[in-house]
Design a protein around this ligand. Structure first.
Ligand code: KE4
Length: 431
């Protein structure tokens, strides 16, 4: 495939944008090649500026649950734009969005809209601290909750690619109240509570980890966190920025039947526009300004155009539950196909999956936590990524990200991905 236009754009971009990209993972550094630049997408297909078309498994890192350029996202947008796009005062559509979310997530009696997942988690942590009067909180190694200072500690996603699990610029003071436990290890959480009695405001967790590849929760892990936090007077925060409206309409809390105190959302709820949200019981949310002492704000929070695209998406998902069944079936076929290819070729690899999100790790070790992820052969992943790209399949450009199947992924596309995965694994097995 010819990537000359992408490469030229990247060279040009590096003059005016740090690293040539507006988010590090887009630089393709982990797979040691210049990034491709997108030109357009339709359904499960993405076409780059050189005219190469791929079946897309990035799906904008989660938002595109209906695939690229679905008319569902855009319904009624032109009419709204004719009236204006932002006001700085409240609008009715923000109320409709809040009602949509709180109806789908009973644990969220109230919800505040923000502009990114980072804002949502940062605000949720501040709220938990303000509500409990406690400073410390627990996160899990390899989980990524956006780039606010206190959460950029032993984090996942791009911080793993760039070897900065705790970022430069995050002061010791900002990180000192962040305690780090091991995913799927309740004892590691209990130890932190025992060492910090009465000081921990909350535990924030990706209920299905999607930023160290995909690591589903072991049976009982989430319930165990619920029991531990209740017993210790700490809040349980589910970061459902990826899993919300993805692993089920009711998110991971609906899928696993565990009710958090606070939930953060993002990605899908914006229909492709920059949207995040956080919510919980009224007694906790009442601590937020303007009612309470915990300040949080945003110029474009609840932007009407973004709300409309988000509402279009959520309304469609609510009216078409069959979308989840179809996504789960396709992701299961992809998993089964990859596993058959691993068995047939003898390549050391393992597949993790939860509903429509999955990951292919180049390790024969079980991947249940960050340590398991780090047994992966990232050099082999790089070779695999490039072979799949050349064959017309855009896999995540990092071992530490997830594969997303959308409602738009066709059976034919899935089958071709499985067939080309077999060829790639055969090539890896040969040398
Ligand atoms: P944003 O600030 O990027 O909207 O959301 C941060 C965030 C919070 N919580 C979870 C569970 C997340 O996965 C994310 C962001 N996810 C990454 C992909 N793994 C965003 C991709 C990127 O950084 O470009």
């Amino acid at each position: 495939m010819n990537h000359s236009q992408s490469t030229a754009l990247f060279k040009r971009a590096k003059k005016s944008i740090p690293g040539g990209v507006n988010s590090p993972v887009r630089a393709f550094a982990s797979v040691e090649m210049p990034p491709i630049f997108a030109d357009h997408g339709k359904g499960d297909q993405l076409t780059d500026v050189d005219g190469n078309t791929y079946t897309d498994y990035i799906c904008s890192w989660g938002p595109l649950i209906l695939g690229h350029a679905s008319p569902v996202y855009y319904e009624g947008i032109d009419a709204m734009l004719a009236k204006g796009d932002t006001y700085g005062i409240a609008t009715a559509i923000e109320v409709e969005m809040a009602e949509m979310i709180t109806e789908a997530y009973p644990s969220m009696e109230q919800v505040r809209m923000v502009n990114s997942g980072t804002e949502a988690t940062m605000s949720a942590i501040r709220l938990a601290r303000g509500y409990t009067g406690r400073d410390k909180f627990i996160k899990f190694e390899g989980c990524y909750h956006g780039h606010s200072d206190a959460l950029l500690v032993k984090s996942g996603s791009g911080t793993l690619t760039f070897g900065t699990p705790t970022s430069a610029g995050v002061t010791a003071g900002a990180a000192k109240d962040t305690l780090v436990a091991t995913y799927n290890d309740l004892h590691s959480v209990q130890v932190l509570f025992d060492e910090n009695p009465g000081e921990i405001a909350g535990v924030i967790v990706e209920p299905v980890a999607g930023n160290m590849g995909v690591v589903p929760p072991d049976a009982g892990f989430l319930q165990g966190l619920r029991e531990l936090t209740t017993q210790e007077g700490a809040l349980l925060i589910f970061d459902e920025v990826i899993t919300g409206f993805r692993v089920a309409y009711q998110g991971a809390q609906g899928l696993f039947g565990v009710t958090p105190d606070l939930t953060t959302l993002g990605k899908i709820i914006g229909g492709g526009m920059p949207v995040g949200a956080f919510g919980g019981p009224k007694k906790i949310m009442a601590c937020l300004a303007p009612e309470g002492p915990v300040y949080q704000a945003g110029t474009l929070s609840g932007n009407p155009i973004a709300m409309k695209m988000g509402l279009n998406t959520l309304t469609y998902l609510k009216q078409h539950p069959e979308v989840y069944t179809a996504m789960d079936e396709r992701a299961a076929r992809l998993e089964a196909g990859f596993n058959a290819n691993i068995a047939a070729t003898g390549v050391k690899a393992t597949v993790n999956r939860c509903a429509g999100m999955s990951a292919l790790f180049f390790t024969d070790q079980p991947v249940k936590n960050f340590a398991g992820v780090m047994t992966s052969d990232t050099a082999m992943y790089t070779r695999y990524f490039k072979m799949m790209l050349e064959a017309g399949h855009l896999m995540p450009p990092s071992q530490f990200e997830g594969i997303f199947v959308s409602a738009a992924h066709s059976d034919a596309a899935i089958d071709k991905t499985i067939a080309d995965n077999r060829k790639a694994l055969e090539a890896l097995a040969a040398n």
